[in-house]
Design a protein around this ligand. Structure first.
Ligand code: IPM
Ligand code: MG
Length: 362
């Protein structure tokens, strides 16, 4: 079996984390008799520099033609002063909406070896396994009207928080189906006490739930959810929420696991075609220094095998290899504990090489 994979390394640490992840992808594919055909395209700041456009037409076309897409990160100080429709982030948002990647899976799991790396007490996060399912192509990120204009001699900013019923139905269905593969509990997060759009969100989620009576459904306001995530994170199984709340809560969830450098993500359309990317950003402060943690991108490759390539065996191999390198004591600086002399501090490349070795030893 051969699969077309498009790589979008992007900006900052993006290329540094995508390269080792690609090597791991190839090695895992080989073990399972799969062939991956690589192509590369420009997205984000590098695309702006080369073409003036954060999402060149050629990139969108290549993305449409690919079976799966592996992305690094976009953005950085070089492009911060551009108008909002020309910023690197616009490239990623255009890709998400252009490919209708509405279901964003952001699992947060604590590796036993990293329980002490979290800013929370180890007992609160040991064994944590939650899934944040974020709606990714609607809500306030895409609502119209939007923009800043001058009204009565002062600047006024407008963004619009909108969800149509069908957008809520399809993400709710994905949430309930995902919960069935886990612990059968969904917590829908909204702000239904204040925002009408999320009042509708709650109503529609309740309607969709009628088809999934075996799954337990609860509701939580987003402010409470943020608090509960740091108070008692293990109470959750699947959290389903809108685009902006999901953006915020998934960063909180990332820190529970010890580092933003550990969190993978998958953004899927209705056919399970997907864009895979680490949840962390382009980290311009450490770019080019071989310091970035590639594990979130490598774990995103595991998700790619599982969700888009139908190769659960390859995915499990990669997950096991990641757990093994952590158990062996390899740490990039974001997850290192200086007081633990059994750990070995490594850079991006060495961490990638350690995963490859662990994979070969499985
Ligand atoms: C994320 C990021 C993006 C988002 C940015 C880079 C546009 O924060 O994927 O969480 O806000 O969705
Ligand atoms: Mg974010």
């Amino acid at each position: 079996m051969s699969h077309k994979i498009l790589l979008l390394p992007g900006d900052g640490i993006g290329p540094e984390v995508v390269e080792p992840a690609w090597l791991v992808a190839q090695a895992a594919a080989k073990r399972h008799n799969l062939t991956l055909e690589r192509s590369d395209a420009l997205l984000g700041g590098v695309a702006i520099d080369a073409t003036g456009d954060p999402l060149p037409a050629a990139t969108l076309q290549a993305a449409k033609a690919a079976d799966a897409i592996l992305m690094g990160a976009v953005g950085g100080p070089n492009w911060d002063d551009l108008p909002s429709d020309k910023r690197p982030e616009k490239g990623l948002l255009g890709l998400r909406s252009g490919l209708e990647l509405f279901a964003n899976f952001r699992p947060a799991q604590t590796f036993p070896a990293l329980a002490a790396a979290s800013s929370l007490k180890p007992e609160l996060v040991a064994g944590l396994d939650i899934l944040i399912l974020r709606e990714l192509t609607g809500g306030i990120y895409f609502g119209e009207p939007r923009g800043v204009s001058v009204v009565n001699n002062e600047r006024v900013g407008v963004n619009t928080y909108t969800y149509s019923e069908h957008e809520i139905v399809r993400i709710a269905e994905v949430a309930f189906a995902a919960a069935r593969q886990r612990n059968s509990r969904v917590c829908s997060v909204d702000k239904a006490n204040v925002l009408e759009t999320t009042r509708l969100w709650r109503e529609v989620v309740i309607e969709v739930h009628k088809d999934y009576p075996d799954v337990e459904l609860s509701h939580m306001y987003v402010d409470n959810a943020a608090m509960q995530l740091v108070r008692e994170p293990k109470q959750f199984d699947v959290i389903v929420t809108g685009n902006m709340f999901g953006d915020i809560l998934s960063d909180v969830a990332a820190m529970l696991t010890g580092s933003l450098g550990m969190l993978p993500s998958a953004s899927l359309d209705s056919q399970n075609k997907g864009l895979y990317e680490p949840v962390h950003g382009s980290a311009p402060d450490i770019a080019g220094q071989d310091k970035a943690n590639p594990l979130a991108t490598i774990a995103s490759v595991a998700m790619m095998f599982r969700y888009s390539l139908g190769a659960a065996g390859a995915a499990t191999d990669i997950d096991n290899a990641i757990a093994q390198v952590l158990a062996d004591g390899y740490r990039t600086s974001d997850i290192a504990d200086a007081s633990d002399s059994t750990q070995q501090l490594v850079g991006t490349k060495a961490m990638g090489a350690a995963v490859l070795e662990a994979l070969a030893r499985l």
